[in-house]
Write a protein of this length. Structure first.
Length: 137
């Protein structure tokens, strides 16, 4: 959690450099990561099947877009060994406050809390995605 906190703090203090590097590595215009960084709400959650499924969607999008050159299976590369430590750490009020200070959001440790976060995110983004006629293909 300390490394994540330090990385998030650095990225917030070095947005332009971070976006330029991300854009160069992914072969996309710097404006794309700048836009994402301006809007991103980071959710820190224990690593479960929902996290792996979300990562798989991102991997699949990167593959379809040509950003990576081979299909990957998220379950092969996501390290679940931190789940218990993350869930325990998220119960500490001082750590939760530090996470909020970094414009991130600690999200509980139960399936119900994760489901509530996913519903909130869906309710927020679904109308925008529909209006913009964005598809996953």
């Amino acid at each position: 959690m300390r490394r994540l906190t330090a990385a998030r703090a650095w990225s917030l203090g070095n947005v332009d450099f971070y976006a330029e590097t991300w854009g160069r590595l992914m072969n996309i215009p710097t404006s794309v990561p700048l836009n994402w960084l301006a809007r991103a709400r980071i959710h820190i959650v224990p690593i479960d099947d929902g996290v792996v499924a979300d990562e798989q969607k991102t991997i699949d999008l990167y593959f379809r877009s040509g950003l990576i050159n081979r299909k990957l299976d998220a379950s092969d590369i996501v390290d679940r060994s931190f789940s218990d430590a993350i869930a325990k750490a998220l119960q500490q009020p001082d750590l939760r406050e530090r996470i909020y200070a970094l414009q991130a959001e600690p999200v509980g440790g139960t399936p119900e809390q994760m489901a509530a976060m996913i519903k909130e995110s869906h309710d927020r983004w679904a109308p925008i995605i529909t209006k913009a006629n964005i598809t996953s293909d």
